[in-house]
Design a protein around this ligand. Sequence first.
Ligand code: ADP
Ligand code: MG
Length: 232
Amino acid sequence: MALIELQNITKTYTVGEVSQQALKGISLSVGKGAFVSIVGPSGSGKTTLLNIIGCLDKPSGGKAVIDGQEVNHLGRKDGARFRGENLGFIFQAFNLIPVLSVFENVEYPLQMIKNEPAPQRREKVRETLQAVGMLEHAHKLPDQISGGQKQRVAIARALVTRPKLVLADEPTASLDHETAFNVIRLMRGMRDAYGTTFLFSTHDPRIVGEAETIHTLEDGLLVPNASEEIPS
Ligand code: ADP
Ligand code: MG
């Protein structure tokens, strides 16, 4: 069974009297453990699609099933619980909490959702920071590390709860080319290590080749012929 199954997802935003159809019928299937990129220019609907898969927003129509559970109808509370138990998020602007250390930033989602004894919790944080190569910076504040290091911490934060799926919306858009490559390769290494499914959006053609499967989004629709499988 696929981890993500989308059937004819549509999304219309209405601002005042103006309606904008951001997604015009997206059907997509993503297998467990896949490393998938959604590629498309600015405004093509990438963020809207990731927000719907991430239960951060509801579609106007269609069906979204994640790990066998239909999520398109989930309300705020159930959506939040589903996210906490199943999903991890990585953002373009890192979104680390500036007054918390690297360690505390990664510990935070575990404190929020899992009622776990502190020693086990801290061990999980250390293990995950080690996996992304940031354990030696655990005591630092986000201001004291580079952009690439911040994104490593954000990857650890997304993975520390051992989610089934990590959604990353343009995770390399704030990074230079080489750092961007390294971040995507790290994500792929984490997929190999933990079996986590990764779905990341980008409009950077230089890093697209790092994905195993590419889906191209244009003006709210997937481009059928451009969706390709890249042998790993
Ligand atoms: P991308 O992430 O590919 O740049 P988005 O999903 O952000 O694309 O946007 C797709 C379309 O939907 C754009 O035309 C954008 O202006 C519109 N849009 C996105 N979010 C909103 C919103 N909250 N309200 C109104 N229109 C929106
Ligand atoms: Mg976007």
